[in-house]
Design a protein around this ligand. Structure first.
Ligand SMILES: Nc1ncnc2c1ncn2[C@@H]1O[C@H](COP(=O)(O)OP(=O)(O)O)[C@@H](O)[C@H]1O
Ligand SMILES: NC(=O)OP(=O)(O)O
Length: 315
């Protein structure tokens, strides 16, 4: 069996399986369940690079600082770095534990990763990335008025704060990640899409207030590392057209041409499914032979075995 280099992107919402239970304990349980299909891949000899989202978590960190009296506000990039540490720690612990159970002698580490963005990216002018909890329309209106937030409805699940989400251009720590992967270690990187930084022109980096989409950052690191397979794990088993409507149709295997048409018809919600579809398409189109799969955390094993999920093929 061919041993693939696989980049797995875990959804920030999917890691908080129950939106009403945003505790660390609940997330660690989900991380431990998620670890099993990931370690199956490691056991089968594949090289694994794990990326993850941070939408709910970074929103939670920011909200905590905003609510705390007498504590200075923590800037956005620092909150992003905190979310990388928090989620990376859970994944390190969960995956290591599963490897210990199975007698796999591999090391795993989360690399605090900075991702370069363009300071003139139009994303800074038009916030699209949902972060934090879900609110009712009335609560959203109050938060817009009192906190100056921009709030948007998120894929039929409620209202969320949205922030700037520029496109990733480069991954600063990519050479270190490559060295670790080449040496046989399991690496967690571009957490929360990476901490967004701009290059001030002389190689000096500066954090900027934004949240990069982890699907785009995962695609970027997958290309840099010359991965074979991009797997995006989220809360739904399959990508659908007419999502949440009586005529919803789940997609199994779709060609680039078909999915482009569905995308142009507006079937994929911006800020949720659209970036996943775009990232999968970009990766598959970037080099012949590359594969992409979108499925749920729970169905990861079946999806990887080709028994479920939405597979995007370059035909
Ligand atoms: N066309 C679609 N097909 C399937 N799910 C969709 C579609 N459009 C929007 N969604 C929503 O997108 C969600 C995944 O996006 P999101 O929650 O942002 O992902 P993540 O798990 O990366 O945090 C799904 O759980 C679903 O509610
Ligand atoms: N940063 C990011 O894309 O997070 P989610 O996966 O939570 O949307």
């Amino acid at each position: 069996m061919k041993k693939d280099r696989v980049v797995i992107a875990l959804g920030g919402n999917a890691l908080q399986a129950d939106p009403k239970d945003t505790t660390a304990e609940a997330q660690l349980i989900t991380a431990k369940q998620t670890a099993r299909p990931l370690v199956d891949l490691i056991e089968d000899g594949h090289e694994l690079i794990i990326a993850h989202g941070n939408g709910p978590q970074v929103g939670q960190i920011i909200a905590t600082y905003e609510a705390a009296a007498g504590v200075p506000i923590m800037p956005f990039p620092e909150c992003g770095a905190m979310s990388q540490g928090y989620i990376g720690y859970h994944l390190q612990q969960a995956i290591r534990e599963e490897m210990v159970y199975r007698g796999i002698a591999k090391s795993i580490a989360a690399v605090v990763t900075q991702v370069v963005v363009d300071k003139n990216d139009p994303g800074f002018e038009n916030p699209t990335k949902p972060v934090g909890s879900f609110f009712s329309a009335e609560e959203a209106a109050r938060l817009e008025k009192e906190n100056g937030y921009v709030m948007k409805e998120d894929a039929g699940r409620g209202w969320r704060r949205v922030v700037a989400s520029p496109e990733p251009i480069g991954v600063v720590e990519a050479p270190i990640v490559k060295t670790l992967v080449d040496a046989g270690h399991v690496v967690i990187t571009v957490g929360g899409g990476g901490v967004p930084v701009i290059d001030k022109g002389n190689g000096i980096l500066e954090g900027v207030p934004a949240v990069i989409d982890k699907d785009f950052a995962s695609e970027k690191i997958a290309e840099i590392l010359d991965a074979d397979y991009l797997i995006i794990l989220t809360a739904v088993e399959k990508v659908a057209i007419n999502f949440n409507k009586p005529n919803q149709k789940d997609l199994d295997i779709v060609t680039i041409k078909e999915i482009k048409q569905y995308m142009n018809e507006g079937h994929f919600a911006p800020g949720s499914m659209l970036p996943k579809v775009k990232a999968a398409m970009k990766f598959v189109e970037s080099k012949p032979g590359r594969k992409a799969l979108i499925t749920s955390l729970e169905k990861a094993k079946e999806g990887i075995e080709g028994r479920t999920g939405t597979v995007i093929v370059n035909r």
